[in-house]
Design a protein around this ligand. Structure first.
Ligand code: TPP
Ligand code: DXP
Ligand code: MG
Length: 605
């Protein structure tokens, strides 16, 4: 149900035409709309409830898209989307073919940053301000909205250093300080923000500014704040003052994550940061959510922690989402939340390993990309025992292209000495995690997807590192089933058997380095198909094909994986089906490959 106020809000111009007296009612309507829609679709409810007044003020003061509004991480851009004419699309939020949960350049000229990785907006702002200056468009304002959590990311400080160095380029930074990432924001910077939040008194505020007791003023930025982020008049006044300064300025806005919706405001874990489909009355899922891979990891790492006191854990501001909650509860001194600072997390883990411990870095696959250099040269170069547990590996789904974990298993095998494991089921996750933390001479990686964890799949026998899952002596076709795709591979083998085609199915368990026993097994087959939820380039199948060719094997080896493309948001199952990575698609691919081999043999007979 949307009210007349919202219905008549076709674009920011209509918003600017509203009298200030209408804004509190509009904010209330937007909040009711957000709760109604996002509880049905799932999404970032808490963050967006916190920026209703801020988004209204931004679009009343600035003239988007001529002025550029940048949203760091982009998970808090739903109100921006409502105010820029996309209200009608919210029934399709994060759904296949529907509205993206993040800014989308294809959706609107008002959107700029599609990448949902945090701490990037200030660097974009620095670049845009330089471009506008060079192109004679210096009258276009560049405004970056950054959360206090995102501000704990190193890139922000690299950008601030450059922005502050150019007083003639007036970047406007809006620090949305709600005191949290998921959990309360950690570290010295968070303490500094708390100090500034206390500076309500003008005299005290002047003192912090002049005395350099203000990090931002100390860097040379103008500092305005703290401003009440739920008072539109205060916000508009501060944003207009910031614009009039014509120099780089930080507007420190204080907000409440989940504002106006009690289940979010009172949610201690993360203020309903990201919800699935929930009952709006309670903000909780209607049905019982089945155990996920994350919950299996959570149990096992806590058990490992009890058995081995040299095992410690690190997170980059995602303690609960990565399953470290239980470990942290039992071993509070052996878990380190470094803020949204993955690069620091990895090299700090290297330090922990150099100090004789075995760190486990729990991180979403997509966020490890940011710390590849640190993994390569701070960990692997020194052959340090660091274990990386990559949750959300493979296709994640509704969070779209910058969240799919589809690069790690293709890129990481180039790292010398790195061992990469892909468990097929909960039992193998427990087993491989223990094998990984027992490795002393280099980095190990264990990766698993964002789904419920299926039933355990028993092995027929072990060959080298690999588990044979299905075997028939006459089989001339070998499917190398990687990680969670073991289940659809076995289903495909059943379909092929019904058509009289025998297939052996093997789970490599460790996909890097290549297991010589797996190579020997593959060389004994006519067709080998490696099925993987990663990009094909650099995947196990590609490396297996290369090795088979190198030993002169006549085996036809192929990788059946994801395309090296940015895949749009949709459900995980829809994307896997689209790319043939389900039972039907795998069986069809085997049949096609066998037909091609047969045609080739006929032609060369
Ligand atoms: C590089 C990176 N690491 C982790 C995340 C996961 N993540 C998404 S939002 C978020 C918290 C952001 O906190 P903040 O910037 O304060 O925004 P708020 O949600 O409080 O509005 C995190 C850690 C991410 N998007 N990018
Ligand atoms: C915006 C962001 O990066 C995270 O909040 C992301 O939405 C994580 O999603 P899940 O934890 O639901 O997989
Ligand atoms: Mg925050």
């Amino acid at each position: 149900m949307t009210t007349a106020l919202l219905e008549n809000l076709a674009d920011p111009a209509a918003l600017r035409a509203l009298p200030a007296t209408a804004l509190p009612a509009l904010a209330a309507d937007i909040r009711a709309f957000l709760v109604d829609k996002v509880c049905r679709t799932g999404g970032h409810l808490g963050p967006n409830l916190g920026v209703v007044e801020l988004s209204i003020a931004l679009h009343r003061v600035f003239d988007s898209p001529r002025d550029v509004l940048l949203f760091d991480t982009g998970h808090q851009a739903y109100v921006h989307k409502i105010l820029t004419g996309r209200r009608a699309g919210f029934d399709t939020l994060r759904k296949t073919g529907g509205l993206s949960g993040y800014p989308s350049r294809a959706e609107s000229a008002h959107d700029m940053i599609e990448n949902s990785h945090a701490s990037t907006a200030l660097s974009y702002a620095d670049g845009l301000a330089k471009a506008f200056t060079l192109r004679g468009q210096a009258d276009r304002r560049v405004v970056a909205v950054v959360g206090d959590g995102a501000m704990t990311g190193g890139m922000c400080w690299e950008a601030l250093n450059n922005i502050a160095a150019a007083p003639q380029r007036p970047v406007i930074i809006v620090l949305n300080d709600n005191g949290r990432s998921y959990s309360p924001t950690i570290g010295g910077f968070a303490h500094h923000l708390a100090e500034l939040r206390r500076c309500r008194d003008d005299r005290l505020r002047a003192w912090t500014r002049e005395s350099g007791q203000n990090l931002f003023a100390g860097l040379g930025l103008a500092y305005l704040g703290p401003v009440d982020g739920h008072d539109t008049a205060q916000l508009e006044g501060a944003l207009r003052r910031a614009t009039a300064l014509r120099r780089p300025v930080l507007v420190h806005v204080t907000t409440t994550k989940g504002k106006g919706y009690q289940p979010a405001e009172q949610d201690e874990e993360d203020c309903l940061h990201a919800v699935g489909v929930v009952d709006p009355a309670a903000g909780k899922p209607n049905a019982h959510v089945r155990p996920t891979w994350t919950s299996v990891f959570a149990d096992e790492i806590a058990a490992i922690g009890a058995e081995h006191d040299h095992v410690v854990c690190l997170t980059a501001a995602m303690l609960h989402p990565t399953g470290l909650g239980a470990f942290a509860e039992r071993f509070p001194n052996r878990v380190f939340d470094v803020g949204i600072a993955e690069q620091h997390a990895v090299t700090s883990a290297a330090g922990l390993a150099m100090g004789g411990l075995h760190p486990v870095v729990a991180i979403y696959s997509t966020f490890l990309s940011r710390a590849f250099d640190q993994l390569l040269l701070d960990v692997a170069l020194h052959r340090l025992p660091v274990t990386f547990v990559l949750d959300r590996a493979g296709i994640t789904g509704p969070d779209g292209p910058s969240h799919h974990g589809m690069w790690d298993a293709s890129v990481l095998p180039v790292v010398p000495g790195l061992r990469l494991a892909a468990p097929r089921d909960p039992a193998r996750l427990r087993q491989l995690l223990r094998e990984a933390v027992a490795v002393h001479d280099g980095p190990t990686v264990v990766r698993y997807p964002k789904t419920t964890a299926g039933p355990d799949i028993p092995a027929v026998r072990r060959i080298g590192h690999s588990d044979v899952l299905r075997e028939t002596p006459a089989a001339q076709t070998l499917i190398v089933a990687v990680g969670p795709l073991a289940a659809p591979c076995l289903a495909a083998a059943d379909e092929l058997a019904a058509q009289g085609i025998d297939v052996t199915v093997v789970d490599p368990r460790w996909t890097a380095p290549l297991d010589p026993e797996l190579l020997r097994l593959a060389a004994r087959h006519r067709l080998v198909l490696a099925v993987e939820d990663t990009t094909a380039t650099g995947a196990l199948g590609a490396r297996l094909a290369q090795a088979l060719a190198a030993i002169g094997a006549t085996t036809c080896a192929a990788t059946f994986a994801l395309p090296a493309r940015f895949l749009p948001h949709a459900t995980r199952d829809h994307i896997l089906h689209t790319h043939g990575l389900d039972a039907e698609g795998i069986a069809t691919t085997v049949l096609k490959r066998l037909a091609t081999i047969h045609q080739h043999e006929e032609a060369t007979r």
